[in-house]
Design a protein around this ligand. Structure first.
Ligand code: MEV
Length: 438
């Protein structure tokens, strides 16, 4: 059982590590060294990272990679991708290269509306509550004017306020369902500040509303929070080409490839067990761009999976069809992304990632990110319906196994060459390392 401690957050970084070493690592210097190895020598940069969260004791590296050759709406991009899974970036790059010779990716933002709700309990006449919300509409908007001022200057702000009666689900439960436009910001702070102010205003105004009884005046605010389900912050991306421009092998003609591809997507549309893995592969690409550009990948994940279940059954986020000899493959999903605020101007690598993308606005970033998901899914299905995924995966995983056995540069060179023509399995790599070393 871990030791108890109080006032931990107030200890210096060194004292926090000392406490950890004493209580968790038998005062092992090796553990302390591991943590300190990852400190950055640039004190200012280290302090910046330390201050992103509380109780920071070290840095946790993930690879920052790039996938070139993404032609999106006739403009070429090099995508920044932050991900640990070995085959993802290679797969994205391969898909990008394939589609750049077939017109590239097409992407469009369908909508950009975000949502937040004040959840509250009201005991009384629902009709009177409805009138009350209509009556105080202007006061609600006026109360957030100082918060919304800058957002409005940029073309955003509060879009709508609506009372929703949820009493059939929970007795006395209502919502103020609010929609927002947050332009290039993800907007979480703006939305949550507005919602908390709405809640205060509702409470205050109810207290003096002449038509309410004493019980009705006593509105109980449960919580005020944005929703990460944003089905009206939607982006679509697609690729298309003639069927005979698709890959063909000795065992699979282009037409058979197209039909098998469509069937594989269809399976993900109807079979949740497959859909989850299928969408996980899509999120490999999406999360990698989301993380590299300093956005909240948990919010994106939650929203995407909720969208995949919007009709009551979990289904594929991508779709494929053949029509008049044209193969079309597309994705549609909600992506509430920001290119200003949050980490975007704080984290040096996030700044660089956005620069790499030509400083996109949030709509452009939505398009780029959806394309990363579509490309990833194309690469995965391409492997699944042809060679299987293990061939590519294990080739990429080879380096991880070699590093696990601390292979030297010359050992790596020999073994990478060997596995160009031999199947990579963990045991075969171990056998070959041992053979080399004996
Ligand atoms: C692995 O991270 C992702 C895949 O399993 C996705 C898929 O099966 O479509 C390859």
């Amino acid at each position: 059982m871990a030791a108890e401690v109080s006032g931990f957050s107030k200890l210096s970084k060194t004292d926090k590590i000392k406490w950890l070493a004493e209580h968790h690592f038998d005062s092992d210097q090796e553990a302390i060294n591991t943590l300190m190895t990852y400190w950055n020598e640039d004190h200012q940069l280290q302090q910046l990272h330390d201050e992103f969260t509380e109780n920071t004791i070290s840095n946790y590296y993930l690879p920052f990679s790039v996938a070139p050759n993404f032609l999106i709406n006739d403009k070429r991009y090099t995508l920044p991708m932050t991900i640990e899974e070995s085959s993802v970036v290679a797969a994205a790059s391969k898909a990008a290269k394939f589609w750049q010779d077939r017109g590239g990716f097409h992407a469009e933002v369908i909508s950009t509306t975000k949502v937040g709700q004040v959840h509250f309990m009201f005991v009384g006449d629902a009709k009177k509550l409805q009138e009350f919300i209509v009556d105080i509409q202007n006061k609600l908007l006026f109360s957030v004017a100082p918060i919304a001022k800058n957002m409005e200057k940029r073309g955003g702000g509060v879009k709508s306020l609506e009372l929703v009666d949820k009493t059939s689900d929970i007795e006395n439960y209502y919502q103020l369902h609010c929609t927002f436009e947050t332009v290039d910001a993800m907007g979480a702070n703006f939305i949550n500040s507005c919602l908390e102010q709405f809640a205060n205003t509702i409470k205050e105004e109810a207290n003096t509303y002449p038509d309410f009884t004493e019980e009705e005046k006593n509105i109980d605010i449960v919580m005020s929070i944005l929703s990460n389900y944003v089905p009206q912050c939607l982006v679509k991306a697609s690729v298309f080409c003639k069927v005979d421009e698709l890959p063909n092998t000795t065992t699979l003609s282009s037409r058979a490839y197209a039909e098998k591809f469509v069937r594989a997507v269809r399976i993900a549309e109807v079979e949740p067990y497959r859909a989850v893995t299928h969408n996980k592969g899509i999120m490999n690409g999406i999360d990698a761009v989301v993380l590299a550009t300093g956005n909240d990948f948990r919010a994106i994940e939650a929203g995407a999976h909720a969208y995949a279940s919007r009709n009551g059954t979990y289904t594929s986020l991508t779709h494929a069809e053949i029509n008049n000899d044209i193969f079309t493959f597309s994705i549609e999903l909600p992506l509430a992304l920001g290119t200003v605020g949050g980490l975007t101007s704080l984290h040096p690598l996030v700044k660089l990632a956005l620069q790499l993308l030509g400083k996109p606005n949030s709509s452009q970033l939505m398009q780029i990110t959806a394309v990363a998901g579509l490309a990833q899914n194309f690469a995965a299905i391409n492997s699944l319906i042809t060679t299987g995924i293990q061939q590519g995966h294990m080739k990429m995983h080879l380096m991880n196994i070699l590093n696990q056995f601390q292979a030297t540069a010359s050992e790596k060179e020999i073994l990478i060459k060997y596995f160009e023509t031999n199947t990579v399995t963990h045991s075969e790599v171990v056998t070959q390392i041992e053979k080399l070393r004996s």
